[in-house]
Ligand binder design. Structure first.
Ligand SMILES: [Zn+2]
Length: 268
């Protein structure tokens, strides 16, 4: 269990998703972590720091209040000191969790260019997933992201051999032939997940294994709360794979081009 609202909670968590933590009776004891988000005035990602203290005032004894406590915190961009982000936080009356119940500017549902390109005509479905997630509808978000995986996993897996060579690549290509014979998404992922090149396995974590586990587990009658966390995992793995494949391809292309230029110059 976490001990304080961390920056990830403020930066990335959607509204109405419970962040479990032990809340102190005196809110001024809570940490005020800096966050890194886009600044509209600087037009770039910047560090934001929280102004003022968590409001307690006459409600210092907020634990046990029937509706808990809602407070607004302001985060100011350190670079321009003009642009602020606001978060409305709801502290649960039992002191066990905090949720974001409002945020300005609102949760970002724009799609990164590399993902947009990969998603193509499925971008609308992805956006619906983001909207569901932003409102705390975990079951809906999971269903939309699952559909995206089903739609694009084939093309995504076919891009991976471009990042490989030699024996590694041959093994992968052989598995890819079997992938084409099945229509079951989990089976497609299972066939190649252990053959991923190191560039797609940061710190030895395997994104395809995570995806396989989450999708195989399914939703059954899990509550929205749990589905939200599963949906976020699917979204993050998808984003990582698409970004990493695109970036590695680009880097390889640039490297090959500059090598060719270098060799041509040497020939002259
Ligand atoms: Zn700024």
């Amino acid at each position: 269990m976490a001990v304080m609202p961390n920056s990830e909670f403020l930066e990335d968590w959607p509204l109405y998703r419970k962040y479990s933590m032990e809340l102190p009776q005196e809110l001024r004891k809570l940490a005020k972590p800096p966050i890194h988000m886009e600044c509209s005035i600087c037009s770039s990602p910047q560090t934001f720091n929280m102004l003022d203290e968590y409001y307690v005032g006459p409600r210092a004894d907020w634990v046990g209040l029937p509706n808990g406590l809602v407070i607004c915190v302001e985060y100011l961009c350190e670079a321009c000191r003009e642009f602020s982000r606001f978060f409305l936080l709801w502290f649960d009356p039992n002191g066990a969790f905090v949720e974001k119940v409002g945020q300005f500017p609102s949760w970002d549902i724009s799609i990164e260019p590399s993902l947009q390109k990969m998603l193509g005509r499925h971008a609308g479905t992805y956006k619906k997933g983001l909207i569901c997630e932003s409102q705390g509808y975990g079951v809906g978000a999971f269903a939309y992201y699952r559909r995206i995986v089903e739609e694009i996993i084939g093309s995504l897996l076919e891009l991976i051999p471009e990042l490989m060579s030699g024996n590694e690549k041959e093994q992968y290509l052989a598995a890819l032939e079997k992938v084409k014979l099945t229509t079951v998404t989990e089976e497609k992922i299972r066939l190649v997940k252990d053959l991923l090149p190191p560039v797609l396995r940061p710190d030895d974590l395997n994104p395809l294994s995570t995806l396989h586990e989450v999708l195989s587990e399914g939703l059954h009658d899990k509550p929205d709360e749990e589905c939200l966390s599963l949906a976020a995992q699917v979204r993050e793995v998808l984003l990582f794979l698409v970004n990493q494949v695109t970036a590695s391809k680009e880097a390889k292309k640039n490297f090959t081009e500059s090598m060719r230029k270098l060799l041509e110059r040497q020939k002259k």
